[in-house]
Ligand binder design. Structure first.
Ligand code: SF4
Length: 345
């Protein structure tokens, strides 16, 4: 590993000042991805700025009813928090579907968002990779790309984003809070935080140089909303998604009042399914309507020779997740005296 300097920050201001005075530095939280990449020579920062002493570990309900999750909160603490389990089950399920128990104990909320792709060519410095070394080429395109993107990829990069948590946050309309010493604090919708690769696959997110992820904000769930995360992978645990789905559903008088659908494992960012959502909103969520909406979304897919199976996998997952949520929302509505949705899976 290349030698590096180490700075421990106690406040946000200290961290921002350290970044300003150490060009080429990287922030570190749990380090579960960054340290691996440093060992492989993929990341070679001159300086690491340790953020773990910053007061960013709390998970608290705000007066607005939103939940504010400090960027330093561990994936385990977030997954098991009572308000997350009761109000945002898709988020808890997504977190528990990621990594291993040991990693979740150390990995932070901010670090989870900022983890890099697990494209094997990105992690192998002997191979060309536009994300690691812009302009060097993409070894995956003509190589092994079974795990790679089918939506939104570019000629420069076909990588997928590995986070399960980010997919749930996109469906839950969460916001990411960012801080830098010059501009202060801003918020970005979780669904807009990660980028498609375009001409600049080296940039995973819209974060500006030196900005720090300080929190994730989850809006209060709509009355009657239900949510679910489901992930398809090669092993039952400790594997990245071949495809995953996070969905939130609210029914009103047997019709869809609100639906949010996000795919993971299919693109360079969590893929919020705007076309499917638009088709389903206001409709009776029959099996046929759900299939048509999901098919309309996945019509944009451009699979590569080795990963066409992902489109069928994602379609089946999405239809199954939405059917499950329709049953769940209908059952809640019947319990409260409202008419059920007529769903035929
Ligand atoms: Fe690099 Fe992206 Fe190509 Fe993988 S898919 S080799 S990350 S450019």
């Amino acid at each position: 590993m290349k030698p590096f300097a180490y700075v421990r920050a106690a406040t946000l201001q200290e961290a921002a000042a350290a970044y300003a005075s150490h060009p080429g530095s990287r922030y570190i939280g749990g380090g579960t991805n960054l340290v691996d990449l440093m060992k492989h020579g993929v990341e070679t920062p001159e300086t690491l700025i340790d953020l773990t002493r910053l007061p960013l570990h709390d998970i608290e309900e705000l007066d607005t009813g939103s939940l504010r999750v400090g960027a330093g909160a561990s994936n385990t603490d977030l997954a098991v928090h009572p308000l997350v389990r009761s109000r945002y089950p898709a988020l808890s399920q997504a977190l528990l579907a990621g990594a291993s128990g040991q990693l979740r104990n150390v990995a932070t909320t901010g670090g989870n968002l900022l983890q890099r792709t697990r494209c094997p060519y990105f992690q192998d410095v002997s191979k060309p990779c536009n994300k690691r070394e812009p302009g060097s080429g993409c070894a995956a395109r003509d190589g092994v790309h079974r795990d790679h993107a089918v939506l939104g990829h570019s000629a420069h990069c076909i990588a997928t984003h590995p986070s399960d948590m980010a997919v749930a946050l996109a469906a839950l309309d969460a916001e990411i809070e960012l801080y830098d010493g010059e501009h202060g604090t801003r918020r970005v919708a979780a669904a807009d935080f990660h980028r498609l690769p375009g001409d600049h696959p080296e940039r995973d997110t819209v974060i500006r140089p030196g900005e720090i992820v300080t929190a994730v904000l989850l809006p209060p769930p709509a009355p009657g909303s239900v949510s679910l995360y489901r992930k398809a992978r090669d092993r039952a645990s400790y594997a990245f998604a071949l495809a995953s789905v996070a969905a939130v559903l609210v029914l009103d008088d047997g019709r869809v009042r609100h639906v949010a659908l996000a795919f993971g494992g299919l693109a360079h960012r969590p893929w919020r399914a705007a076309t499917a959502e638009e088709r389903l909103t206001g409709a009776a969520p029959t099996g046929e309507a759900v299939r048509e909406a999901v098919d309309a979304e996945l019509a944009a897919a451009r699979p590569l020779p080795g990963n066409a199976f992902k489109v069928d996998l994602a379609r089946n997952l999405a239809c199954d997740v939405l059917a499950t949520l329709v049953r769940s929302a209908s059952a809640s509505a019947s319990a409260s005296g409202a008419p059920p949705a007529h769903h035929r899976p």
